[in-house]
Design a protein around this ligand. Structure first.
Ligand SMILES: Nc1ncnc2c1ncn2[C@@H]1O[C@H](COP(=O)(O)OP(=O)(O)OP(=O)(O)O)[C@@H](O)[C@H]1O
Ligand SMILES: [Mg+2]
Length: 212
């Protein structure tokens, strides 16, 4: 982020002001700051969903505003929303394959094999594949949301309060997955959090100032 500003209304009050930060591969960065300081807005800017009203976001040196943002969003970056955005009546496997199909990426293995491998990466038993989302606990649903984000080979993972409603043990499990994705698979992981424990388990912390 190079002098990034964002205002929802043209000429209106800036939600984020002059953000400057580099995010790296192999690193888990926690974005922290008071409620309303613009954490979710910042994730949305980094995901390419919104463009800065001033300043630039560079991806591997190229201005995101000039890149094919649809390609960036469907190939390079995975977003995990706080509400998971899973379809409750569908099974775990259906939720994952639906997103694989939407990404338009070609796969050289059967979808079932890919789902099985993804579940292993987020430490969910293979038998969960045919379970409906509404039968899963919050922590299990969070794992499915992460598995779904990993269904194409992305370099950047963005997550908005991924451990929000989870107990400490589950929170630590989820953080172990994010750390492994960064440290073992070389991904750039950026998570918004209110939890001091999550910030402590991250490699870097980026603090947004309180809004003036
Ligand atoms: N679509 C929108 N239009 C106008 N203002 C908005 C919009 N979305 C968010 N805002 C405002 O932008 C500010 C920052 O919101 P944002 O959701 O980024 O904060 P946050 O740091 O994620 O807060 P929290 O910790 O409560 O999730 C808030 O004051 C919010 O009211
Ligand atoms: Mg938020």
């Amino acid at each position: 982020m190079d002098h990034v500003h964002y205002a929802y209304v043209k000429g209106g009050r800036s939600i984020v002001r002059d953000l400057n930060r580099e995010f790296h591969e192999r690193t888990v960065t926690a974005i922290v700051g008071p409620s309303g300081s613009g954490k979710t807005t910042t994730l949305s800017l980094l995901s390419g969903l919104t463009t800065p009203t001033k300043g630039r976001i560079l991806y591997r040196g190229a201005d995101l505003a000039k890149l094919d943002r649809y390609r960036y969003r469907s190939h390079d970056v995975g977003v995990i929303f706080q509400s998971f955005n899973l379809l409750p009546a569908l099974t775990v496997a259906e939720n994952i394959t639906l997103s694989m199909e939407a990404s338009g990426v070609r796969f050289d293995q059967s979808k079932r094999d890919i789902v099985a491998r993804l579940l292993e990466r987020v430490r969910l038993p293979r038998e969960y594949m045919n379970e409906r989302i509404l039968h899963l606990s919050g922590g299990e649903q969070q794992r499915v949301a992460i598995a779904r984000a990993l269904s194409y080979n992305l370099g950047i993972i963005l997550a908005d309060e991924p451990t929000g409603n989870l107990d400490m043990a589950t929170q630590n499990d989820i953080m172990a997955i994010f750390r492994s994705l960064a440290h073992d698979e070389g991904k750039c992981v950026i998570i918004v959090t209110h939890s001091p424990q999550v910030a402590e388990q991250s490699d870097e912390v980026f603090t947004l100032p309180k809004r003036r």
